[in-house]
Design a protein around this ligand. Sequence first.
Ligand code: NAP
Length: 370
Amino acid sequence: MQPTTLNKSANHPAAINKPQTILVTGATGFIGRWLLRELTAQGHTVLALLRRPEAQQAELARWLDARGGDSAHLQPVLGDLEADGWGLAPDDRARLQQVDAIFHLASRFAWNLDAQLARRANVESLHTLLELADANTGLQRLVWVGGYMVGNPRLQGTLAQLEQGSDWRPVYRRHGAYEASKLESYVVLKQALARRNIPWTFVHPSTVVGDSATGEITQDIGLLKLVDALQKGRLTAIPGKRGDWLPLIPVDYLARFLAGVLEHPDANGQEYWVLDDATPALPELVRWLADAVGVAAPRLQVPLGLMKFILNAGLGKRWDMAAESLNFIDSARYGTGPALALARSMGLQMPPARSYVQGTVRYWASSTNP
Ligand SMILES: NC(=O)c1ccc[n+]([C@@H]2O[C@H](COP(=O)([O-])OP(=O)(O)OC[C@H]3O[C@@H](n4cnc5c(N)ncnc54)[C@H](OP(=O)(O)O)[C@@H]3O)[C@@H](O)[C@H]2O)c1
């Protein structure tokens, strides 16, 4: 799916270039932390939706201050996506209706999620997001972090079915609850925004890896699963066929891109696929990872369908891999041109893939075997 232009809201100012007040959901997550670092370092005040502020705020503040962010600009707001109206206190709801921009990142992100739970957190919660945006006449941008798979040609039929209101259950069974909930939330949000006068930008990242300078990564669901399996000698075959890939993006590049869209009026009403086209095909990527951990890389490639069949039959336990994680591997390419052009105008350059992949593995190795 190519970038679209929908509903460029004429009534709202579209660029934010002086310190503002910004709601960020998912602030404690992998991407959220790096985004907070960018926003607070630029002097913006961030209202961070936290499920457990008493346990999360101090740790998040320390994390930010140690990495160039500024926790003095961080204000916690108690809220849970899965509660009615996010469980917001009336005062907090009023504050959130007056922010200048919203970054919605929070989601349940895991394999083998229960479908109802995934829908509640990732899809039904959009109702409150839209209520907050609707009530906010000064809102200058709603930025939603989707996922690159919504641009995958193989999934366009599924998206069309969801657009027509088809039963969501088979989609959740076929794709796994996480991916299905991201597809559904994309459709729900896009349809809702087409009927509203809210300025928006969608950013669709691929698999996010560590900071390109330090390798730091706070999540082990993506690339690090492969690294761990390689190191334990469990990855005895490479999923897929020649030319298949798992596109990557370093978290600091993504965070700078996200923060940067606020300053660009042209990003209003646009979708961006943010991924590194120079990510190598999976066999080469696995060789890089194997080199970085000092083990031999497997050579055998097993077709994805066969691998999923084996995993679904409970026979591939040794691989320690979720069948649905294989859905993110294929040969599809994505329309990255608009994101690259915008990144250039932000002065952002894609770091070399091999270097950030090695950096991520080094960080993982030092944090798992300090
Ligand atoms: N990481 C990737 O490779 C990747 C790739 C493409 C798209 N994305 C998307 O990017 C977004 C951020 O991903 P991430 O990697 O940063 O995820 P993450 O590390 O798993 O963080 C998820 C965030 O959502 C919050 N959250 C989860 N359930 C919540 C609830 N019920 N109420 C309030 N907050 C809740 C978590 O808060 P707690 O700390 O309280 O759990 C955490 O801050 C997600 O929408 C994801 O789908 C991620």
